[in-house]
Structures are given as C-alpha cells and as structure tokens.
Design a protein around this ligand. Sequence first.
Ligand SMILES: Cc1cc2nc3c(=O)[nH]c(=O)nc-3n(C[C@H](O)[C@H](O)[C@H](O)COP(=O)(O)OP(=O)(O)OC[C@H]3O[C@@H](n4cnc5c(N)ncnc54)[C@H](O)[C@@H]3O)c2cc1C
Length: 466
Amino acid sequence: MKTTMTIGGKVIAKETKMTDAAHRQGNAPVPGFPTLPGLPLISPLALTGPLLVALPCLLAALLGFNTYAPYGADAALGIAVGAAAVVAMAQTLILAARPPMVEPLFGGLDRMYRVHKWLGISAMVLMILHQQIEPDFERLVRETSLGELGEEAGELAFNALLALVAISWFRRLPFIGLEVPYQIWRFSHRFMGALFAIVVFHQFFVDMPTGVDPALSMLLNTFGSAGVIAWVLTEFVTPRLRRREYTVSEISQTGDTTTLTLSPRGRAMHWRPGQFAFFRAPEAGMSEPHPFTIASALRPDGTLTFSIRALGGWTRSLPATLRAGTRVQVEGPYGRFDFRKGGARQIWLAGGIGITPFLAWAESLTEAERRDIHLIHCVRAQEDAIGVETLRAAAVRNPRFSFEVVVTTRDGRLTAEHLISAAPFTVKDADLWFCGPTGLKDGILKGLKVQGQTPSRVRFEQFEFT
Ligand SMILES: Cc1cc2nc3c(=O)[nH]c(=O)nc-3n(C[C@H](O)[C@H](O)[C@H](O)COP(=O)(O)OP(=O)(O)OC[C@H]3O[C@@H](n4cnc5c(N)ncnc54)[C@H](O)[C@@H]3O)c2cc1C
C-alpha cells in the first residue's frame, strides 16, 4: 500500500543525485500553452561551447602542420599535435576557472566540466603523439642552453602531466569500483596549471628553426598565457572574489540530513531556484568547497538554505562542527536547472536528497503560476522526507501544484504505473524533471515507455560532476 499525500486534488513523490544535464526525449508541444516552444534534443546554444573549444585546437594543428611542412611530414605532424595539445590544455584551464558567461554555451556547468575532462584527455593523447613523433630540428638549428632547458622542462612536464591525467581519468577505477578520494584527486588536479606553465616554457624556448610563419607562435603564446592566467585566477583570485560571507543562523537535523539556514553578512547572493553554490566553512576547519543546491527561493532578508545529506567524511562531520553563529562562505550561483523552461504540465520526480532543487522551485511558486505540476518525492524512510512543510505551503498557494511522498520501506518502490495514476494529467503530454539516483530515473522511464507514456521531455540534475 502506498502512503500518499494528496493536496490540491493531486498526488506526488521520489529520491536523487545532481548534474545540470538535460535529456529530452521527443518534443511534443503542449496544447493551449502559449509561450513555451518545444526544445530540440540538444539546444544549439549548448553545442556552441564544444565547437568553440574544438576550433582553436584544429587551427593550431593546421597552422603547425603548414608552418613546418617544409621540414618534412614527421616534423610537421609532430608540431601539429604538440600545438593542438597546448591549445587544448590551455582551454581545460580556462574552463576550470568556471567563467560564468561561458557556462550557457555548454548548457550548464556539468556539461562544461565534461568538455573540460575530454579536452584534458585529448591534450594528453596529443602530447603522447608529440613525444613519440618528436620533431627533430637538431641539424637545422643552433642549439642553445635555454633551448636544452626547454626540452628537458618539456620532458618533465610531460611525465608529470601523464601521471596527473591518469589519476583524474581513473578517478573511479572501472570494474573494481575503487575511487581515488576526492581530496587527493582535487589536490593533484591543482598542479596541472603549474605543469602547464612548464609546457608553455618548453614551447617558447625549445630550439626551433627561425623565419617561419609567426601566426602559430602568436596563437600558442596567446593560449599559453591565457591558460596560465586562468589557472592563477582559479587557484588564487576568483574564489576570493566570488565568495560571499554568511553566518549560520539555524541548523537542524532530520535523519542523516542537516539543514542550514545562512544569513548574509554583506551583499547577499542572487540565484534562480534550482541553482547550486559551493559552500565552505574555513572557520570550522572545513575549507574544501563542496557543491550544494540552494534549497530555498530568493527571500527578502537574503537568507538561503542548504539541505545536506551525510554521504562522506566531509558531510558527516558537518552537524558536529557547525553551530549557529559559525561564519561560512558561499560561492555561486551555478547551474541551469529551471522548470520555467519547461511546458504546461510537469512531473517533478525526486529521490532522497534530490528533493532540494524542487524545494527551491516549490518555495518560488506563486498563485499566478499556470503550470500543472505534480511532485513525487521517493524516500527510503519517513524521516528522509524533508521539506514537507514547504511543499504543503506551495500546494495551498497554488492548487495546480500537488505532491506525494512515497516511503519505500512502507509503500514499496515507486512504479511507472503508480506515477501514471498519480499524475493529474497524461504523462506522455508532460515534462519529467528529475533529481535523484540514476537507477530510479532509468527504471521509471523504462516502465513509462512500456506503458506508452514516455514523457515529452526529460530533464535531470545530478549531484555529481561526471
Ligand atoms: C551540482 C551539485 C549539487 C548538489 N546538491 C546537493 C544537495 O543539495 N544536498 C546534498 O546533500 N548533496 C548535494 N550534492 C552532493 C554533495 O556535493 C556531495 O555529497 C558532497 O560533496 C560529498 O562530500 P563528502 O566529502 O562528504 O563525501 P565523499 O564520500 O568524500 O565524496 C562523495 C562524492 O562526492 C563528490 N565530492 C566530494 N567532495 C566534493 C567536492 N568538494 N566538490 C565536488 N564533489 C565532491 C565526489 O564525487 C565523491 O565521489 C550536490 C552535488 C552537486 C555536484
């Protein structure tokens, strides 16, 4: 038997994990809803970023090949892959700086991080090729001591980068599931920029024939400097500039979830419900920034809420370490998970702590909201059902919003059949917004497909940068 909470004549429930990824299946228009055109499978804007990063790499390879073609195919190819590697590596560092204006070109921070990851891996492959093909100009140039130093520096940076990229790439070891602890991974990642500076030194000083097309040097020097500057900004400058100071004004515990209310000490942050921010509490010895969804809407007093589930060492130590009055820092906002981009009928499906973006959305709902929305929050135990008061208040304000909590230990797992019967509209005409464990999403989507009720669009947020 399912325990459902029926409010405003409708029912809802579910559980989560987070990325700003958008998976859309089909694109059925919702009749009678005026302003929301259907979204294509992948927004063209989100493709702009990957294209913009690929083009300079290609350009560097072409310029490298053309410029050194007179010295033979091997030399030209070696330079082409080396030049593309420098540009790719520079761009990984630029993206790691999380430039806010660039994020929309990738369709969200998580997608930007994915491009960052694949650029890094591509750079490494190109560096290996560069090292294997190693252009040999020894007979053509007069060797200098600086040039030799440049060559040795290149070797050193190459080997160290190879090790760091391997750690990053195999953060989770395939098949055995062993995971490099995040702190070690993050710490090793920090050195990438310093090693890249050595790569820039290598490309600048290594002995090369003179009198060749200066366009290649200009391109490499521009990207080389931009990459190093981006790294310096990421590590030493922007975190300080983007951080806002807050004080913990309330702290409460429900099951293994800690809810913090933070009050601004100066200028408050502005965010769109569904966005996330990086949170740290150096005063309490918790300096590592961790990403959390802001579980509240904008409020006149500037306060914001995080609901944080104890999943690892850092999050477990939170309740014992933080107190009302502790000074903390918040950096953001980031993310593009926004139900207002969706259609007239929406199912919001949350698994466990994945309820947080929906709590922010529900708090932001006014009586003027014209979408029909049904939220299902799947939790393992009743105590995991956080934010019920917020949901209840939203349902009272707006009768088009309804919700339901499905407690797995009591009601069994949520099924597609249950979702179809609970939704106050036809599921295949609705958008599905999801935040929670991937298994839940996949299981429900599979069940809906079998029933011929695949939602018109599926968008999800993951609590993980993949
Ligand atoms: C966009 C986004 C929004 C999130 N929103 C919420 C939320 O509202 N509530 C909530 O409880 N959790 C949320 N999370 C998950 C939360 O960030 C992790 O559970 C937390 O950082 C785990 O830290 P830990 O050291 O306790 O756990 P660990 O066991 O050390 O780490 C577990 C996993 O969390 C990730 N992680 C650890 N440290 C960091 C870090 N500093 N930065 C990024 N990832 C890290 C790693 O992938 C790691 O494998 C969100 C994550 C993301 C990416």
